[in-house]
Design a protein around this ligand. Structure first.
Ligand SMILES: N[C@@H](CCC(=O)N[C@@H](CS)C(=O)NCC(=O)O)C(=O)O
Length: 225
């Protein structure tokens, strides 16, 4: 009898990625809620390198890093494939997923916390990253075609989470005029199962990010004074 456990927090999009993938595959799992302010010894032992959630425990073997976990899930449970079957398309999906984590997320976070004269430049950098993704989704319902797949799951942060960052950072990024295809994708994505059944409330994400934004801004202010 196999055992699947997920160490996670509800407001985190890397954790949501793993939950969506497990649900698409129909894998039952136990949710181990982590308190990031007081990390459990299970988390510290399971992810000693980064000490971050999510961590998937499959028969007590830990796997960390959400994109790595998605590939593990896809290779372990074959039903409802997440990555495309064609090797070139698989490589492309992995390329864009890394782009989202390494460029887009950082650029949007940078634009959110930026203040004063740095704001315009930071928002410009975020828009540049998003424009590249707009080209990728044009003409498609989902990045994965007719169904959500690996890249849609990776891009899930662009739905609720980026929208909250836009609100808190007092900026408009992903609106329908500027990025019609990405905007439509985001609306479709939020309506799709299992996303709609497994997503944190907007209020809880606002609270979660507000803490981090205030912290980063206060560090920036004290380094200037
Ligand atoms: N690249 C990692 C990022 C994971 C990550 O940043 N997790 C955050 C929650 S969203 C965390 O555990 N933060 C705790 C910390 O930094 O101490 C992934 O995709 O899994």
């Amino acid at each position: 009898m196999e055992e699947v456990k997920l160490i996670a927090t509800h407001q985190s999009f890397p954790c949501a990625r793993v939950e969506w993938a497990l649900r698409i595959k129909g894998v039952e799992y136990e949710y181990l809620k982590e308190d990031l302010a007081n990390k459990s010894s299970l988390l510290l032992q399971s992810n000693p390198v980064h000490k971050k959630v999510p961590v998937l425990l499959h028969n007590n073997k830990p796997i960390a890093e959400s994109l790595v976990i998605l590939e593990y899930i896809d290779e372990t449970w074959k039903k409802n494939p997440l990555l495309p079957l064609d090797p070139y398309e698989r490589a492309q999906a992995r390329f864009w997923a890394r782009f989202i984590d390494e460029k887009c997320v950082l650029a949007v976070w940078g634009a959110t916390v930026a203040q004063g004269e740095e704001k315009e430049k930071a928002v410009g950098a975020a828009l540049e990253s998003l424009a590249l993704l707009e080209k990728e989704i044009q003409g498609k319902k989902y990045f994965g075609g007719e169904k959500i797949g690996y890249l849609d799951i990776a891009a899930g942060c662009m739905s609720l989470w980026f929208s909250v960052l836009e609100e808190l950072g007092e900026m408009e990024l992903l609106n329908a005029e500027r990025f019609p295809s990405l905007h439509e994708w985001s609306q479709n994505f939020l309506q799709t199962s299992p996303v709609k059944d497994c997503i944190p409330s907007r209020e809880s994400v606002v609270e979660y990010f507000s803490f981090g934004i205030n912290y980063v801004r206060s560090l920036a202010a004290s380094s200037k004074s």
